[in-house]
Unconditional design. Structure first.
Ligand code: PMV
Length: 326
């Protein structure tokens, strides 16, 4: 009996400029670049054990054996890893999240980032960080951005090897904080993989994509200059543009809840009063409220006094995906 085990930890990330829609759905090559930062306190920890005695892959998420579509997605991903390594050996995957899945905190990003590193290391592949971002992308596009440290840009590219992500500033560069206002714990009805396929059905998608490089340039520069105001306006515009595409797709995707709208309106009021704060939303009803460390307690209190918010997670800028002790 031969067992090869590795364990990795990865953080989810929040996109400041969003990824929505693919040029190549199978390879998950996006129609536009995106920029995000990792979320330090939230994580997925994944252990992968390739075991010569196993006759199929098995998956446990938070200690519960998972079958169906969750398992199929992991098996498809492990098939890619096995093909690269040229080894036919099955694995047991144990994955744990310390945050709720499927509610707008990108659990698939940290899940596939941790799985990429743990699986590739356990099977004996020695690949660069850039190659690891390409591998993670095959599991979930945004997972590519959870591999490098801190603030990360994913270049869309055209092929499997040139659609990769790099760190544009380390986690210590700017003390931003993401307060994730949880509006609902319900599992979202249409996940992002299916959502990307609908992006082109919206007449607004081409305008969103055409303007993406301008938004990317402004946000990249704003991060380098630590210019909150310049970043804030683009981040909100970009989130609104993605949700406009979602809402005008066929079928329409409407992720906003009443509480999400109240939070977004309040955030705009607070920024108008001089506080560095902005919002962004992913494919779910939760609102990511981004501010600086200096204002995070103040914003936390303001959010806590609003009705309809079930929970608030606070995360600073996080590090890269890394191996840990088994
Ligand atoms: O990586 P996916 O397929 O879960 O897509 C992520 C899509 C958004 O979270 C809505 C935007 C983004 O760039 O993270």
């Amino acid at each position: 009996m031969k067992i090869f085990t590795s364990t990795a930890i990865a953080h989810p990330n929040i996109a400041l400029i969003k990824y929505w829609g693919n040029k190549n759905q199978i390879l998950r090559i996006p129609v536009n670049g995106s920029i995000s930062f990792n979320l330090d306190r939230l994580f997925t920890k994944t252990q992968v054990s390739f075991d010569s005695e196993l006759t199929a892959d098995i998956l446990f998420i938070n200690g519960i054996e998972t079958t169906g579509s969750g398992l199929s997605r992991v098996v498809s991903f492990l098939n890619i890893v096995r093909e690269i390594a040229g080894k036919q050996i099955f694995a047991q995957v144990n994955s744990e999240n310390n945050f709720p899945v499927g509610t707008g905190i990108a659990s698939s990003a940290s899940a596939f980032a941790a799985l990429s590193l743990a699986a590739s290391n356990a099977i004996g592949l020695n690949i660069s960080e850039k190659e690891l971002t390409c591998l993670a992308r095959r599991g979930s596009g945004s997972a590519s951005r959870s591999i490098p440290d801190g603030f990360v840009e994913w270049f869309p590219g055209e092929t499997d090897s040139d659609s990769f992500a790099v760190s544009i500033a380390p986690s210590t560069y700017w003390d931003l904080v993401d307060l994730v206002a949880v509006v609902s714990h319900e599992h979202k009805k249409v996940g992002s993989t299916a959502g990307h396929e609908l992006a082109n059905t919206s007449p607004l998608q081409s305008a969103r994509v055409e303007d993406a490089n301008r938004r990317l340039d402004i946000v990249r520069k704003a991060i380098i200059n630590r210019d909150f105001q310049a970043m804030a306006e683009m981040v909100e515009l970009d989130s609104n543009m993605m949700h406009a595409v979602m809402m005008t797709s066929s079928p329409a995707l409407m992720y906003w809840e009443n509480t999400s709208i109240s939070i977004m309106k309040n955030v705009q009021k607070w920024r108008a009063s001089g506080i560095p704060v902005c919002y962004t939303m992913d494919a779910g009803p939760n609102v990511h409220v981004i501010t600086t460390k200096e204002y995070s307690e103040n914003i936390n209190q303001r959010l806590a006094s609003m009705s309809g918010i079930k929970q608030i997670f606070t995360a600073a800028v996080g590090g890269k995906t890394r191996l840990v002790e088994n």
